[in-house]
Ligand binder design. Sequence first.
Ligand code: IPD
Length: 271
Amino acid sequence: MSGVLAAESEELVRIAVTVGTEAAELVRNARSHAVTQVDTKSSETDVVTAADRASEQLVRDRLAHLRPGEPVLGEEEGGADSLDGLVWVVDPIDGTVNYLYGLPFYAVSIAAQLDGVSVAGAVVEPVSGRIWTASRGGGSFCDGRPLRAAATTRLELSLLGTGFSYDHARRLRQADAVNRMLGRVRDIRRCGAASLDLCAVAAGWEDAYIEHGLHRWDWAAGGLIAEEAGAVVRFPGSDDDGLGPEATFAAAPAVADQLRAALVESGFGKV
Ligand code: IPD
């Protein structure tokens, strides 16, 4: 990150929080009618509500006003042909299926990336009101309190988060790998919002999280929040560590190597 951007990253966080908070309010207020207007995307279970679209439009409009000319890559409308320079990466509702059902684990996720690397981000929860933030080199916070990943050292006492693809064949492979892994850790959680799983690793609420096939908007803000809390984090496209090219993995540092080895042995590298 250039020196200029280091100085600017706190401003980028402030903008992500401002815009994310406005979008979260829209998402919260829209729920009663938004969930009656549902379309599907990659599969019948991959849904998009009217609130996903309205939230992304709000974020785009506000960023165009506050940061004119900077490209935006969003879950619903795409955009940003290139990752060169500064790009805003937006998930207008991460955890849309939870939103649809009224489970309160969903969030608006906004990150600023420089050449594809997150430098600032905010994850805003419409229901709890929690605001998770990070800037590269500046630490990560929940409602202003500094975050630190767990100090867990033992694989068998680790709480592992994961998620399943909307693709039917892949989720069956994921289920097989989970089946092999379940006996090796304390327990496994599936929260339904990747950004919040990554924030949970940052807070020590989960010891680790793995999922294959996430999109950039799922991990861009939460991944930085986990990294800045001291977690070991690897993103899709990282060098081969046996977890496969599409893995997002975040773990408490003292147990990360044990977890990675167990995940590979359990078949997570082949899902
Ligand atoms: C989904 C959630 C879920 C994860 C899926 C994501 P969306 O994002 O983060 O936890 O398992 O892979 O696609 O579709 O709700 O924005």
